[in-house]
Design a protein around this ligand. Structure first.
Ligand code: SF4
Ligand code: SF4
Length: 202
């Protein structure tokens, strides 16, 4: 049977004020220590975001981007695999027929992602057979003031994209020799979406 230990407050604890003063003195001591001695002996763990950023893991999933072909057109062929696999149902694609003389039949007339509904699972990236959608830009979802600003259109997604490196049918058995790293995933962006800023610890 559990033993019950009761705590009897003495007169000193029942006065409360001395204990409040004692608590505040501990707070004040840490405040002065961390502010006056900073940065030489600081124990503050807070990162001064957005000027400082932590090093992200290599497989960090950031905001979506649509990749481009060599000629600058979107790599997406509107196969709907990403929107089908998406558990949050936040990808909306409208397919159109390509009229130029290529073996590629379709392209996305409309490609929207509702980033506030997205659960950042990365399934869309895994499902895409064309290296057309990625989340590897190292960019966070930017803060928005209005709901519609988090609804990214095709042009927004393409502006974040760059030229894809995937090869139709795969690169073959010697792919390691020709593999180009996707870039420094620790890259950081300022509030305007430009590369820059300082990475804490680098
Ligand atoms: S990361 Fe997941 S939830 Fe977000 S769009 Fe892709 S599949 Fe949908
Ligand atoms: S992004 Fe990839 S998976 Fe999604 S529709 Fe385009 S080609 Fe298909």
């Amino acid at each position: 049977m559990a033993k019950v230990i009761s705590f009897q407050r003495g007169l000193w604890e029942q006065l409360y004020v001395p204990e409040i003063v004692r608590g505040m003195s501990v707070t004040l001591k840490h405040f002065l220590y961390n502010t006056l001695l900073r940065p030489w002996k600081s124990e503050i763990c807070t990162v001064r975001y957005p000027e400082e950023k932590r090093i992200y893991p290599e497989r960090f999933r950031g905001v979506h981007r649509l990749m481009k072909r060599e000629d600058g057109t979107v790599r997406c062929v509107a196969c709907m695999m990403c929107s089908t696999v998406c558990p949050a149902n936040c990808i909306h694609i409208e397919a159109g027929e390509r009229e130029d003389e290529t073996s590629i039949e379709k392209y996305p007339v409309r490609f929207d992602i509702d980033e506030l509904v997205c659960v950042v699972c990365g399934f869309c990236v895994e499902a895409c057979p064309c290296d057309a959608i990625r989340m590897d830009g190292g960019q966070h979802m930017p803060p928005v003031e209005h709901r519609h600003e988090a609804y990214f259109r095709k042009d927004d997604l393409l502006n974040r994209g760059s030229r894809g490196v995937a090869v139709q049918g795969g690169a073959g058995p010697g792919w390691r020799e020709t593999y180009q790293p996707l870039g420094d995933t620790r890259q950081v962006y300022d509030r305007e979406g430009n590369l820059g800023g300082k990475i804490k610890g680098s």
